[in-house]
Design a protein around this ligand. Structure first.
Ligand code: C2E
Ligand code: CA
Ligand code: CA
Length: 679
């Protein structure tokens, strides 16, 4: 339903309610101001400030002209003394209403002024009626006609000028027309009677028009008001929607969307004013552990506390938002030198260092901060954000708990990574990729047990690229399946030429285990290789298993069903290694080289190796220690009960064509082991 129709119905209902109160009451309300509708009173008042001055002007001129046409035939007090005070009141009112034009007033003032109009219309209307009737007996027929005309014109003008104030307009019609009608109708002149009838008809149609106009006017104002109320409600709802869409429910901080809006706006201002600003990303250290150990509710509680503390830091030069998870974004507009950044870092560290409730105890929280400064680190919001993110995650590895600003060195690394990515996408794996082999020996008898195949890439464009760089990259670009197939085929071909007692160890990545297509290819290659399955061993890391445990376990079971062996690589670097050892069907554990590095100095590293060796013995698993670089390390580890070793001390990874000679040398005597290492 349209607003207007609704308002008209409201008005009709109100009138019906009035009707129920009896006609006398209805008649009375016609002459009252409708104070129930403040918006109607205000609109009436505004309309009258425009119309009343003109009304008084026209009325004044008419009065002066009527006086002038009677001046010679009528006593002076009738032409001057009587109208003068009425005119004086008119002039004063005209002046006042002119001054009130455009000036805002309170509702009660407007209502009082409207009432004064009704009262004055009554007083002045009666005054002018008495004056005009008093003039009638004087002058000739023309002068009398002028009086009649004056009355008619005055009523019509006043009525039209006061149409928005129904009470005043109706009152005037009654006050001026009723006495005149009575006088004219009772006149002996038929013309006078005719005029009276004419005037009566005019008065009736005017009253009808007036009532209709007023009804429409009031309905319009009410509908306008209703429209405004609805608009305000719509605006309120839309404001609320906007607020909710831009706020993070958990911490009440601005959310990711709001952060990017603010970032765009800041960038705009900074670009125009050539000012600098910084984007900082804050990431809580070890938040995942809190979630894992104490549950998500505890994690949420911690985030709420952190959010509250960071919120206290925000101000005109520091905008804080929660981007999601345990990551918070900050825009710093004051960063003309490194000092404000340092001060910011200190403030954040201090804010978070106070004890937080974590689960059922208090703990202090630390965080890492990555910063990108405009314009040095980037020109767009995406660039700045990405670089702050880069600084955060690369900083997190080396400088946990510190602020790291994106630097030129980072830029070089990003460029290099982009180059490598480009190169691997266009690489010909068959010709550019090859495998190196590193022996795993039993140091007691100086006997080669196996060779681990290690991927190597000689890029056409970039030269040699290390596996620690291109293997994760191949995983990210989803090319690892293809890479694995090429490398495994090459490794199997090479292994076919080795003595029967020497096995092949091959690394599989997480994605390999998760891809049915790659695992099918692995099975096919193993079957077609002509190599006994028992001579093949696949190495998988804990992180590979962590990603999709069920899928990985199934893939491992399938491999073992084929007759190949499976080893758990980099053991000890993950989180819950022992759990996996129990749940997985494994053949071997490879103790990570990080324990070997420390074994000469740290009794603890030695104790860990000893424990793992004992564990393997209990579970009937083979055990290999990797990364053995010195004779001392070899002796200590052998003393701890582990004799299967891999490392530079025995030999660095070598090319396929050297393998057979290396086996012979190692198997020949212990001294050859050292020779191999020197190669
Ligand atoms: P990994 O599986 O732990 O392989 C052992 C790594 O330790 C090799 O590095 C090897 O060269 C190195 N290493 C061996 N002995 C010593 C030592 O005495 N001291 C030190 N410091 N390092 C030693 P590499 O060849 O650079 O490979 C790095 C990693 O790349 C591998 O670690 C493995 O995770 C991955 N990788 C290599 N080849 C492949 C592959 O064909 N497929 C997959 N998925 N990953 C591979
Ligand atoms: Ca390995
Ligand atoms: Ca390893």
């Amino acid at each position: 339903m349209s607003g207007y129709k609704h308002a008209a119905e409201m008005l009709a209902r109100r009138q019906k309610a009035d009707g129920a109160r009896g006609w006398r009451e209805r008649l009375r309300t016609l002459f009252l101001i409708d104070e129930q509708s403040p918006e109607l009173v205000m609109s009436q008042y505004v309309a009258l400030t425009q119309q009343i001055p003109t009304l008084y002007l026209v009325l004044g001129i008419n009065v002066v002209m009527l006086s002038l046409t009677h001046i010679s035939s009528t006593p002076w007090w009738l032409t001057s003394a009587l109208p003068a005070p009425l005119l004086g009141v008119g002039v004063a009112r005209c002046y006042r209403w002119m001054r009130w034009r455009g000036v805002a007033v309170e509702l009660d003032v407007a209502a009082a002024r409207l009432k004064s109009v009704v009262v004055l219309v009554g007083v002045l209307g009666a005054g002018f009626t008495v004056w005009a009737l008093a003039l009638l007996p004087y002058g000739d027929a023309y002068a009398q006609c002028h009086v009649e005309f004056f009355m008619a014109v005055t009523v019509v003008t006043t009525c039209f000028s006061l149409m928005q104030l129904r009470a005043a307009a109706l009152l005037l019609v009654v006050i001026m027309f009723v006495p005149f009608g009575v006088v004219f109708l009772t006149s002996p002149h038929p013309a006078m009677v005719a005029i009276a009838i004419n005037m009566l008809l005019v008065a009736c149609s005017m009253v009808l028009a007036l009532l209709r106009f007023y009804g429409d006017f009031a309905a319009l104002i009410l509908s306008e008001h209703e429209l405004i109320v609805r608009q305000q409600e719509t605006q309120r709802l839309s404001d609320e929607n906007f607020r909710l869409a831009n706020i993070d429910v958990l911490t009440s901080l601005p959310n990711r969307r709001r952060f990017f809006t603010e970032l765009e706006a800041t960038l705009d201002r900074a670009a125009r004013g050539e000012r600098c600003f910084a984007v900082a990303l804050i990431d809580l250290d070890r938040f995942k552990t809190v979630n894992d150990m104490h549950g998500h509710a505890a994690g949420d509680r911690l985030l709420t506390q952190v959010g509250l503390r960071l919120k206290r830091l925000s101000g005109p030069e520091l905008f804080v938002a929660r981007l999601g998870g345990d990551e918070f974004g900050v825009i710093l507009t004051d960063c003309h030198s490194p000092e404000p950044l340092k001060a910011f870092s200190t403030k954040v560290t201090q804010a978070l260092s106070g004890p937080c409730v974590v689960g059922d105890r208090l703990a202090s929280i630390s965080c890492s901060i990555g910063v990108a400064v405009f314009p040095q680190a980037g020109a767009t919001s995406e660039e700045l954000f990405e670089r702050a993110d880069y600084a955060l995650y690369h900083g997190k590895q080396a400088h946990k708990g510190e602020l790291v600003v994106f630097s030129d060195e980072h830029e070089v690394r990003i460029r290099r990574a982009a180059q490598i990515e480009q190169a691997i996408r266009t690489a010909d794996f068959e010709t550019e990729m090859w495998v190196a082999f590193q022996p795993i020996v039993d140091v007691r008898h100086s006997h080669v047990l196996a060779f681990e195949a290690l991927a190597r890439w000689d890029s056409r464009e970039l030269g040699p690229v290390g596996p620690d760089v291109f293997v994760p990259l191949a995983e990210r670009t989803r090319m690892i399946g293809q890479l694995t197939e090429v490398l495994l085929a090459k490794a199997l071909t090479a292994a076919r030429g080795w003595p029967a007692g020497v096995s092949l160890c091959f690394n599989l990545s997480a994605q390999n285990l998760g891809s049915a297509e790659t695992m099918d290819a692995v099975h096919r290659l193993v079957r077609q290789s002509g190599l006994a399955a028992s001579r093949i061993e696949f190495e998988v890391t804990e992180t590979a298993l962590l990603e999709e445990f069920e899928v990985a376990t199934r893939a491992i079971d399938d491999l073992r069903a084929l007759g190949v062996r499976v080893a758990l690589d980099d053991f000890g670097t993950g989180f819950s290694s022992l759990g996996y050892v129990h749940r997985l069907k494994l053949d071997k554990i490879k103790i990570d080289k990080s324990f070997v590095t420390d074994v000469e100095r740290s009794a603890q590293a030695g104790a860990i190796i000893k424990t793992i060796v004992a564990l393997c013995r209990n579970l009937s698993l083979d055990c290999v220690v990797e990364g053995v670089e010195t004779q001392m390390q070899m002796q200590i580890i052998a003393g701890l009960g582990c004799h299967h070793m891999q490392g530079y001390f025995v030999s660095k990874p070598v090319t396929g064509d050297v393998v057979t000679r290396l086996i012979e040398r190692i198997n020949a005597n212990a001294d050859a082991v050292r020779e191999g290492a020197a190669q």
